[in-house]
Design a protein around this ligand. Structure first.
Ligand code: NOJ
Length: 714
């Protein structure tokens, strides 16, 4: 037996031993990942013979075939199979489709997110996969960006907590490895334009964008993906400062870095940082990328560089060692045992998915008509009109990153999974009611006849459930929007429905916040589902019927107008209040906001001490009472503001949250330990420090409603 096959040795040691056996050709092959749909048939064969390090977007039996091909190479190094399993193993039609990351984040529930990661890992591994390109730790701060749906929202703390939970779930028992992406500040691209330059400084990166990645590294995340764009004009794929000095040396990241799709080629064709692919390959590897996603020419270029002594061999060896270590950790050399295929969409995962949808839906509005709240609708409601382009459209409900849109766009395919649109959900939870359905219009297409039909259905009904939002044409990768309003045909439809005078309950099925002022002012009730996965429609229906007491909270703020974006809550104070003369100040819905059928009252905020030295921690507690007669779940949120500091600090920053179940009439005391890090800032010299002074500690139900206490740090 080869020494590196000794399972009693540490994975790092096994990787080193194997590395010592490898030729330049074998090393170069390890550093390449290819996609079946982006190389020629000839190259696909060639790279199998060469023992390519990784494949992406290959599933099922094809992975077995490619694993077998690797066994025919000299060293039999197994390839690692990667895929975008970012809300479930959703590129496989029939696997469970969980809510999108943005929708998941509404749960503010670390244990749920861990379970989603775990279930996704089991389904992906059962399909031959070893690696998911997830989680996205970019922040959804510029709402125009097409990939807001993929983020955990706008806040670094929440994104870090959710990211850590899902990474631990993916990597439990080394089932698959995770990939924190896109490193770094990719979502902050100027103008919300995908894969563009981000005009951010290193200080800003350290304050806002790095913290979720720091948590990912601490959680042992196996891989990191380099972003497409550039930071202050410096292409990330060639950015040694970010990839090597900060990520690997300072944060101590021990896994491997993979480029995003074709980043090496883009250094030549899009970013013009290199004259040719050989130069680009050298730049990318020496900056700290360990594996090239695609750009198959990278293999020959790298080999030429190695043979010509033109590349730092210690760097190449380090890259190979990192990749091999991850493979050893995953058990790929040791006959990895995979879950049975029946794990895919098993009952347990479907139940978890239903729980996810239930925790993710957010009730934004519930007005009273007379003395009665509109929701829940009475069980005696005889006729309900379900109207709107997204009422029965699973594509829109799933959002991006399912088999519908990746790896190739598919128009004809039918979803094989068990799924509930709102229409199916309403039919199920109101079995005695007559349900009338009319589409009314498309998300983008007006249809006069369909509007008239929908209005006549509404006129015959006791209540109208209007399901509107966006669709894949205007949501997802490459699909940035300049205008965040609800589209014109849908706005027109809602206006006509409103004019019927019937109770108007709107459900939003969309990838990102829309300008929601009209909805807030005109709908009697409003539910935000985002891309709720298989069971989003059922959860929304259960809320409408009162079978589910909503508990979701917004991980992202809703603007009044497109031009108000960015509108994140953790802004700096400006001189003139940061408002525009032509719209009302403030957001329509704030970060952390969400209603419940229960009512919670906060009292008695207190600190374990009101003065302390730097480096100490302090406990803040608050009593939360459910003053309603319905049991419910509240998400208690902690925010902190450093009142006087050498640089501007956010007006408040989330530093803790806890979901608590509180029965009707009960009081629970909720406490948070405030660790020194929560009181720190990144100063002008880019150092993370705690400065003496007064801190405002806020605990409450969202970023605008809270109790406060003062803490002095000496
Ligand atoms: C490009 C996307 O930016 C990235 O998120 C994804 O993981 C890769 N393509 C692979 O599909």
């Amino acid at each position: 037996m080869e020494k590196y096959m000794d399972t009693s040795l540490a994975c790092e040691e096994r990787a080193q031993l194997l590395l010592e056996e490898m030729t330049d050709e074998e090393k170069a092959a390890q550093l390449l990942q290819i996609s079946y749909n982006a190389v020629s048939a000839e190259d696909y064969e060639r790279f199998q013979r060469l023992g390519v390090g990784s494949y992406l977007h290959v599933t099922g039996e094809e992975t077995d075939k490619l694993r077998a091909a690797a066994q025919k190479t000299r060293l039999k190094i197994p390839p690692i199979f990667g895929i975008d399993a970012i809300h479930g193993h959703a590129l496989l039609n029939g696997a469970v489709v969980f809510p999108s990351q943005l929708a998941m984040a509404c749960s503010f529930d670390r244990s749920l997110i861990y379970e989603i990661g775990r279930a996704t890992a089991l389904e992906a591994a059962a399909d031959g996969i070893d690696w998911t390109f997830s989680p996205v730790l970019c922040l959804g701060r510029d709402l125009r960006w097409g990939r807001i749906d993929e983020t955990f929202g706008e806040d670094p703390y929440l994104a870090g907590e959710m990211g850590e939970a899902i990474i631990k779930g993916y990597q439990a028992d080394n089932m698959i490895t995770a990939c924190a992406k896109h490193y770094i500040a990719y979502g902050e691209a100027t103008g919300g334009r995908d894969a563009y330059d981000s005009e951010v400084t290193e200080r800003k990166i350290r304050e806002v964008f790095l913290p979720p990645f720091e948590k990912a590294v601490r959680a042992g995340c196996g891989t990191v993906m380099t972003a497409y764009g550039s930071i202050d004009a410096s292409p990330l794929s060639a950015n040694r400062r970010m990839l090597t000095e900060i990520l690997k040396e300072e944060l101590g990241f021990e896994g491997f870095v993979v480029t995003d799709w074709e980043n090496v080629r883009s250094l030549v064709t899009k970013q013009h940082a290199a004259e040719n692919l050989k130069q680009a390959s050298k730049l990318a590897v020496e900056a700290g990328n360990d594996m090239s996603m695609n750009t198959p020419e990278f293999y020959d270029c790298l080999l030429e560089l190695m043979r010509g002594g033109e590349i730092d061999m210690a760097r190449v060896n380090d890259a190979v060692r990192r990749i091999l270590t991850v493979k050893f950790k995953l058990g790929l050399f040791d006959g990895k045992k995979r879950p049975p295929r029946g794990t895919i969409a098993c009952e347990e995962h479907k139940e978890l998915n239903l729980r996810s949808a239930r925790e993710c839906a957010v009730l934004l509005e519930n007005k009273s008509i007379g003395d009665t709240k509109v929701l829940p609708l009475s069980g005696d409601t005889k006729t309900i009109a379900v109207i709107g382009p997204n009422a029965d459209d699973i594509r829109a409900q799933y959002g991006d990153w399912t088999f519908f849109s990746h790896p190739e766009w598919k128009d004809e395919v039918e979803a094989k999974g068990d799924y509930y649109t709102v229409l199916r959900g309403i039919k199920e939870v109101f079995p005695k009611a007559e349900i009338l359905y009319g589409k009314g219009c498309g998300v983008l297409e007006a249809d006069d006849k369909a509007v008239e039909e929908a209005v006549s259905l509404a006129e015959c009904a006791d209540a109208v459930v209007a399901v509107v939002g966006d669709c894949l044409a205007i949501n997802g990768e490459y699909r940035d929007r300049a205008d965040l309003s609800l589209t014109a045909p849908q706005t027109e439809l809602l206006k006509r429905l409103k004019a019927t005078g019937k109770p108007l309950i709107a459900v939003l099925v969309n990838g990102k916040p829309l300008c929601a002022e009209w909805l807030k002012n005109n709908c009697d009730a409003l539910i935000e589902m985002f891309n709720g996965g298989d069971y989003g429609g059922l959860a929304a229906a259960e809320i409408i019927a009162g079978k589910l007491n909503p508990s979701g909270r917004l991980p992202i703020s809703f603007p009044r107008h497109s031009a108000q974006t960015p509108c994140y809550y953790n802004r700096y104070d400006g001189w003139h209040g940061g408002k525009y003369v032509d719209i009302e100040a403030g957001n329509v819905y704030d970060f952390g906001y969400g209603l419940s059928y229960s009512e919670f009252e906060y009292k008695n905020i207190r600190l374990s001490k009101t003065e302390m030295e730097k480096g100490e921690s302090v406990r803040v507690s608050v009593d939360v009472t459910n003053i309603s007669d319905i049991d419910g779940t509240e998400t208690v949120q902690l925010y902190i503001n450093d009142k006087i500091s050498s640089i501007l600090t956010p007006v408040k920053q989330l530093c803790g949250f806890e979901r608590v179940r509180i029965n009707a009439g009960d009081t629970k005391t909720v406490s948070f330990e405030i660790e020194p890090e929560a009181l720190s800032l990144v100063n002008a010299k880019c150092e993370r420090v705690i400065e003496s002074g007064v801190f405002e500690i806020m605990v409450g139900k969202n970023s605008e409603e809270y109790l406060t206490a003062e803490l002095v740090v000496k």
